[in-house]
Structure formats: C-alpha cells, structure tokens
Design a protein around this ligand. Structure first.
Ligand code: BDR
Ligand code: CA
Length: 337
C-alpha cells in the first residue's frame, strides 16, 4: 500500500518583476509541494509592470497553471523613474527567446489592496516573498501598517552586505531601483524580515553543466528553461567574466521552505537612499547604532544541496531524483543515450 505523507503547505504570496531569475523562481515555487501560492503581485523593476504581468502569465501558461491569480502593483518606484534591467533580462524580460505569448490577463483588484485583504483574512498564516523592488510592500505598509504586520514572515531578495553590488559598486538592483521603499520596509520591520542578498546568491551559479543536464532531459519544459537561461548566462560572461548565472530569486524562494540550507544572523540593517551610495544595504555588524536587530540576514548557503533541489524541482519529472542529479553533477558527465 502506498504511504500517504501529509505535507503542511506554507501559504505564500509572491511579489515579482520577471525577469529571468524571477521566472525560474516562480517555476521552482510552483513545483515545490511545500508551497501553496495564493497569488502573485507585480512589482515594477526588471521590466515595466505591463511586461512583468504578461511574463508571469507566460510562465504560468508554460507550466499549465491557470489557478493562481495575478495582480498589478505599482507602476513605478515610489519617487523615481523606473530604470528597467533589459540588458540583463532582455527587452521582453524573458531573454527574448521567443517564449509563447499569453491570452490571459490579470485581475482587476490592485496588488496592494490584495496584499492587505489577504493577510487580514489569514492573520499570521501567510508568507510574502519579494523578488523585486519593495515598492508594493512599502505602499501596503503606508496604507495599512497593522494589516501588513499580520504576515507570518517576509522573505526579501535584495542587498549586498560584504560583497560588491551589481548596479553600482555598493548597491544591488532591487534595493537600488526603489531605495526609499527598501528603507521604509526595513524601518517599519514589524514582521520577521529575511534578507537574501548577493552575499549568498552570488554563490549559487547555474553553469553550462547544469544547462547541459536540463537540455539532456529533452522535455518541452526543459527546452524552454534552457532557452530562457542562455541569455542570462551569456550576459554574466559578457559583463562580469563569470561562467554561470546567479540564481538570486530562486534562492529567496528556497529560504521560504527550506531555510535549513542557509545560515542566518540577525542584524540592524538599513538602506541608503541617495547620492553615491544609493541603494546600499548598510549592516551594523558591531552594533554601533544600538538599534533593534530588524533583519535576519542570510550569511551562507549550502550551494550543492540548493542546486540539486532546484534542478529536480524545476523539471517536475518524477523520474529525476535528487540522487540522480547529484550523481550527474559529481561525474560532470551525462550518460549516453
Ligand atoms: C535582483 O535584481 C533583478 O535583476 C533580479 O531579478 C533579482 O531579483 C538581483 O540583484
Ligand atoms: Ca527579480
């Protein structure tokens, strides 16, 4: 008799700006049985909100999910003009690789109102995962701070603490894109804020070997994943001389359901909003400010374990197991078929 394992799912809302690594993160999340995605809100970031919304629907179409509702959030950062990251993610945000277009559209309700309404109806039960600039979250806090305090946890991909930034020497894109929003969220911090910055995501490189593994599966989904990721891989080489692309947003998703694969430390954290250091995450390592520790910062990650989980889950193919991926990656060679 088959044994039934009862899995208590973690209910999450994802705020995202796809974006290639956002798209990978969404598929990773959708294919992770530990998570139940209640809804997706669109942040202005890598691309304009209209493009981001279309991309989320394109991703949902590819994985055959028509159940998750998608909501527009803000159209621009709080006080600034949006500067999209099309060089990194392509003009269409999905690597210009010809992903099919969608016929579906987003819900009418505003994403900010959706966040407030949902968390009020399920107090301390929902986790929010933010994969883009924090504009929507900052707006929701401004509108109803008590409601947003009812989130169980908020996982944020953003910041660079002890490593260089990726848009300036000190700033990471999501915090740089809307620094006032990041500052406001950290200053508010009424909910445990889990911050996944470049310090850890830069360790998680998807390399040509991993792409070879995906290509080897030869399914329609694995073919699209390879096409999607090639642009991202090439741009890492062109701009940074790195053979491999960083899985920023997928790592933030992992932190929501397998935090044991990361190491965390609580600190008092803030974000610089202007001038030379715009968007820089400042961590008070030595407690000179004497302020409350408002963020749980990821300081290390078990890279191999994460990559194995990522590759297995993203494919959603029962014949592919973690042990199999592990063996392939250790051998650095794929079996001949
Ligand atoms: C972050 O910026 C975006 O370009 C990525 O999608 C990720 O969320 C990394 O700095
Ligand atoms: Ca993103």
């Amino acid at each position: 008799m088959k044994r039934q394992v009862l899995l208590l799912k973690r209910r999450v809302i994802i705020d995202t700006d796809p974006g290639i690594d956002d798209a990978l993160a969404l598929i990773f999340a959708i294919h992770s049985p530990e998570l139940q995605i209640e809804g997706i809100t669109i942040a202005p970031g890598n691309v304009k909100s209209e493009i981001g919304a279309t991309n989320v629907l394109r991703v949902l179409d590819i994985v055959g999910n028509t159940a998750i509702p998608v909501f527009y959030g803000a159209k621009a950062p709080l006080f600034r003009k949006l500067i999209p990251a099309t060089r990194i993610h392509g003009e269409d945000g999905l690597g210009d690789c010809g992903w099919p277009t969608t016929k579906r559209s987003v819900m009418e309700q505003s994403g900010v109102d959706y966040l407030i309404e949902q968390v009020k109806s399920s107090p301390k039960e929902l986790t929010l995962i933010c994969l883009g600039p924090l504009t929507n979250l900052a707006l929701a806090i401004a509108k109803d701070p008590d409601a947003i305090a009812l989130f169980k946890e908020i996982v944020i991909m953003g910041g660079a603490a002890r490593v260089a930034g990726n848009v300036s020497p000190v700033a990471e894109f999501n915090f740089w894109s809307d620094p006032e929003a990041a500052h406001q969220v950290l200053e508010w911090s009424k909910v445990p804020l889990v911050v996944i910055g470049l310090d850890v995501t830069r360790q998680t490189l998807l390399t040509p070997l991993h792409l070879k593994f995906l290509k080897h599966q030869g399914t329609p989904l694995s073919d699209w994943l390879v096409k999607l990721t090639l642009h991202y891989l090439n741009i890492h080489w062109e701009l940074n001389g790195i053979v491999g692309c960083t899985l920023n947003d997928p790592l933030a998703v992992l932190a929501a359901f397998m935090p044991e694969l990361l190491t965390f430390q609580d600190y008092s954290v803030d974000v610089a909003t202007d001038g030379l250091c715009r968007g820089q995450m400042v961590v008070d390592y030595t407690e000179l400010w004497g302020k409350r520790r408002n963020a749980r910062l990821a300081t290390d990650v078990n890279v191999d374990a994460f990559l194995e989980e990522f590759l297995v889950r993203i494919l959603k193919d029962d014949s592919v197991t973690v042990d199999m991926v592990h063996a392939y990656l250790q051998a650095s060679e794929l079996p001949r078929t």
